[in-house]
Design a binder for this molecule. Structure first.
Ligand code: HEC
Ligand code: HEC
Ligand code: HEC
Ligand code: HEC
Ligand code: HEC
Length: 285
């Protein structure tokens, strides 16, 4: 279900891309049209590069989600030092001929820049170039951002709220897939042994956590009360920082350390046990 809706949204964006070459994604999504509304129209119109909608646009109403997401590793999927370095090493390793085919860089960009999946070769080539030259501003909106996870169709965003309030910027549609672990599977599963980025989904599927119904979201997107958009009603909302193995608080939850002391005649024997409480390997990745 998660895969279906995610794939559908990516294909739709892709189709829009194909039928309207030369337009920016915001234009294709109809967000700069006459009736295309609110906050940052000027900024959208000014965006000259072929950029999908920057997450900061969503932040004008979804301030809390934006401020949390901004600190997440999803926000850095194209700009972290490690990514830039390994992406460049990968391109060097495949040789000149393969390097010239923009499709080769999709071996990394399909997950690290998911909106590119159905973009034309020129856009893929440009984005790959901006990664290597660290033109981070031009990469806004291509990383694992709001639209990558919530885009459903032209100016329609899907999410877990069954009856979302109307707003002047976009239509909303409910999808139960946001509560399911399979929503994360697309990117958090190995595609090939050469790219061992994240295999947590495969581990999780056979774990005890999965059997008792503990989804990725239940551990990585803590539930609190608040409004989903500024001025919206009080609801259950979910943390968007996505803490993982680089978060001290998460690591403390990852293992249970047991110490048992026994006196044996004249000496003290201490047994330490470490129990992995996560449904995947510690550390993974
Ligand atoms: C199937 C999706 C997928 C593909 C394809 C993929 N990655 Fe990743 N990558 C991920 C995920 C998910 C993580 C986060 C894993 C974690 O932190 O446990 C990640 C993490 C990383 C990291 C560590 C985090 C960071 O930014 O410092 C690097 C570096 C990286 N990937 C580089 C690459 C390179 C280079 C390629 C292409 C050769 C690639 N990835 C292809 C999904 C993917
Ligand atoms: C003009 C303000 C505004 C802007 C800009 C805005 N939203 Fe929203 N959005 C709302 C409101 C209001 C709701 C309904 C909140 C509620 O019912 O609690 C909403 C709901 C949502 C939902 C929940 C849908 C559901 O059914 O679960 C998602 C997802 C969403 N927006 C994504 C986005 C994304 C992505 C962007 C940027 C491309 C964005 N929004 C920009 C005001 C806005
Ligand atoms: C469109 C692809 C995509 C989807 C969907 C996705 N992720 Fe990620 N995720 C990534 C990439 C790429 C990274 C690595 C970013 C980086 O550090 O370079 C990552 C990193 C992470 C990290 C940080 C890992 C660390 O080492 O700190 C966590 C936690 C995480 N994702 C959880 C989730 C959860 C939970 C879901 C489902 C709700 C999810 N992700 C859905 C692509 C994705
Ligand atoms: C890696 C995927 C991913 C990214 C990136 C992401 N979201 Fe979400 N979002 C989710 C998931 C999954 C849920 C549902 C969590 C649940 O119900 O357990 C959600 C829920 C929501 C909701 C409904 C209220 C709530 O908190 O449950 C809104 C609104 C929303 N996201 C807006 C945004 C905005 C705005 C951005 C960008 C700043 C963003 N999201 C980035 C995956 C993502
Ligand atoms: C029972 C709670 C729990 C569930 C369920 C869970 N995780 Fe985790 N996860 C953790 C904890 C705690 C850590 C930090 C320790 C570590 O790195 O393994 C973590 C770490 C991670 C990391 C970073 C790995 C690393 O070593 O950097 C990623 C990525 C991740 N989880 C994604 C997921 C995804 C995707 C799912 C669902 C398929 C999932 N997790 C299910 C608790 C959970």
């Amino acid at each position: 279900m998660g895969l279906v809706s995610l794939t559908a949204s990516v294909i739709l964006i892709g189709l829009l891309w194909k039928i309207a070459p030369g337009k920016t994604l915001p234009e294709m999504l109809g967000l700069t049209g006459a009736e295309g509304v609110v906050a940052s129209r000027a900024e959208l119109a000014a965006g000259s590069h072929n950029s999908p909608l920057p997450s900061a646009q969503c932040g004008s109403c979804h301030q809390q989600h934006y401020n949390q997401w901004r600190r997440s590793f999803h926000a850095r999927s194209l700009t972290s030092d490690d990514f830039v370095r390994t992406f460049s090493q990968y391109l060097q390793s495949i040789g000149e001929q393969a390097r010239e085919d923009p499709q080769s860089s999709m071996a990394c960009l399909s997950c690290h820049a998911p909106l590119l999946k159905h973009a034309g070769p020129e856009t893929i080539r440009q984005v790959g170039g901006f990664v290597l030259t660290r033109e981070t501003k031009k990469l806004d909106g291509f990383e694992v951002g709001c639209v990558a996870c919530h885009g459903a169709a032209s100016r329609v965003f899907s999410g877990p709220i069954e009856k979302p309030q109307d707003n002047p910027f976009h239509l909303s549609t409910f999808s139960p897939s946001y509560k399911e672990a399979s929503f994360c599977a697309d990117c958090h599963t190995w595609t090939s042994p050469e790219i061992p980025c994240s295999n947590v989904y495969t581990d999780w599927k056979i774990s005890r956590a999965a059997k008792r119904g503990a989804t990725c979201q239940s551990c990585h997107m803590a539930e609190t009360s608040g409004s989903a958009a500024d001025g919206g009603p009080e609801r259950k909302i979910h943390d968007h920082v996505f803490p993982g193995g680089r978060s001290a608080a998460m690591l403390r939850k990852a293992v249970e350390l047991g110490l048992k002391a026994d006196f044996r005649k004249d000496r003290l024997e201490v047994t330490a046990t470490i129990r992995n409480l996560t449904p995947h390997r510690v550390p993974d990745g």
